[in-house]
Design a protein around this ligand. Structure first.
Ligand code: SF4
Ligand code: SF4
Length: 284
C-alpha cells in the first residue's frame, strides 16, 4: 500500500526520513527557457551542475534495483530531466512502466514544463503516478515573452511571446486534466527579479482555483551563458515574503533543495554511493 505522505517534497515532515531518486532518462527539451543552459542542467529542478550520466530505461531499472539495496529509505522515484520528461516520452513512459512492474509500492513522480504531458495523463493514472510538478512562470503575455525563446510542439516551432502563450495554455489544460485524474500537483515558479517577482499572488490565486496542491517558488539561479546570467539571485528574505503571499491561496513549499536531475538520497543530502552506482550503471 502506497503512503502518499512519505514524499519528501510534498510533506515537510517526511524530508529528513525518506529519500527520493531522480532517474536521468530524459535528455532533450522541447522548450527554451531563458534561464536554462542544459550544458549545466535543468534549472526547473536542479542546481547548475552537469547530470553525471544519462541512462536508458533498462539501465535506469538496473540502477534502481541496486539502489534500493543501499537506500532502504527510498520511497519516491521521479523523472526530472535533465531535459523534459515529455520531450522524451518513449524513454519516460518505458522507465515508468519498468519501475511500476518491479516496484509496485514505489511512489512515482514527474517534473515537467507541461507542454506535452496532457496526452499521457490517462496512462500516468493507470501507472498510479501520484505526484506531478509543472513549472509555470507567468500568466502575462508580456512576461512570458521575456522568459521563453522558443518551443517545439506537434512539428511546429513557436517563438517569443507566442511560445510563452502557447506553453501557458498547455500548462493550464494539463493542470485541469491532472487534477481530474486525482493526481497531486505542485507548481514550481522560478522567481526572476524584475520579470515575474511581482506576479506571484496572481499565479497563486489562479492555480489554487484549479485545485493545485502546493506552490514552490524557486529563486533564479543565474546560470552562465544564458540571457539571465547577470541577474541577481533573490535573497532568502525576499523569498520568505513571496511564500507569505502564496500562503493566502495555497500551501507554499518551504524546503526545496533545487535538486539535480540525477539526485538520490534525502533532500539536500545526496548520496555519494548512489552517484558512484549511477556512473557505474551508465557504463554497462
Ligand atoms: Fe531547461 Fe527545463 Fe526549461 Fe527545458 S524546461 S529549457 S530543460 S529549464
Ligand atoms: Fe523536491 Fe525541490 Fe528537489 Fe524537486 S527540486 S525533488 S521539489 S526538493
Amino acid at each position: 500500500m502506497k503512503d502518499l505522505s512519505t514524499h519528501p517534497c510534498f510533506n515537510k515532515d517526511a524530508h529528513h526520513k525518506y529519500a527520493r531518486v531522480h532517474l536521468p532518462v530524459a535528455p532533450s527539451c522541447n522548450v527554451k527557457c531563458n534561464y536554462c543552459n542544459r550544458k549545466f542542467d535543468c534549472v526547473n529542478e536542479s542546481r547548475p551542475g552537469v547530470t553525471s550520466s544519462i541512462l536508458s530505461p533498462d539501465q535506469a531499472l538496473s540502477y534502481l534495483i541496486k539502489l534500493v539495496k543501499i537506500m532502504p529509505e527510498l520511497k519516491v522515484v521521479g523523472i526530472a530531466g535533465p531535459g523534459d520528461p515529455f520531450a522524451n516520452p518513449i524513454q519516460t513512459m518505458k522507465t515508468l512502466h519498468l519501475v511500476r512492474d518491479n516496484f509496485p509500492d514505489m511512489l512515482l513522480c514527474l517534473s515537467t514544463n507541461g507542454l506535452n504531458v496532457a496526452p499521457y495523463i490517462d496512462e500516468l493514472k493507470e501507472l498510479d503516478v501520484s505526484h506531478v510538478t509543472i513549472t509555470l512562470n507567468s500568466l502575462r503575455p508580456e512576461t512570458l515573452a521575456k522568459v521563453y525563446s522558443w518551443l517545439r510542439h506537434d512539428k511546429r516551432g513557436y517563438f517569443g511571446a507566442q511560445a510563452g502563450e502557447y506553453l501557458l495554455k498547455k500548462q493550464l489544460e494539463a493542470i485541469v486534466k491532472l487534477k481530474k485524474a486525482g493526481i497531486t500537483v505542485k507548481v514550481n515558479t522560478i522567481i526572476m527579479p524584475g520579470i515575474n517577482d511581482h506576479e506571484i499572488a496572481e499565479i497563486a490565486e489562479k492555480i489554487a482555483s484549479l485545485g493545485v496542491d502546493l506552490m514552490n517558488t524557486i529563486p533564479l539561479f543565474p546560470v552562465k551563458d544564458t540571457l539571465m546570467e547577470n541577474m541577481e539571485e533573490p535573497t532568502p528574505d525576499f523569498m520568505k515574503s513571496l511564500r507569505k503571499k502564496v500562503e493566502a491561496f495555497l500551501p507554499p513549499m518551504t524546503h526545496c533543495a533545487r535538486c539535480r536531475a540525477d539526485a538520490a538520497g534525502l533532500l539536500g543530502k545526496d548520496s555519494a554511493e548512489a552517484a558512484k552506482l549511477l556512473s557505474e550503471t551508465a557504463l554497462l
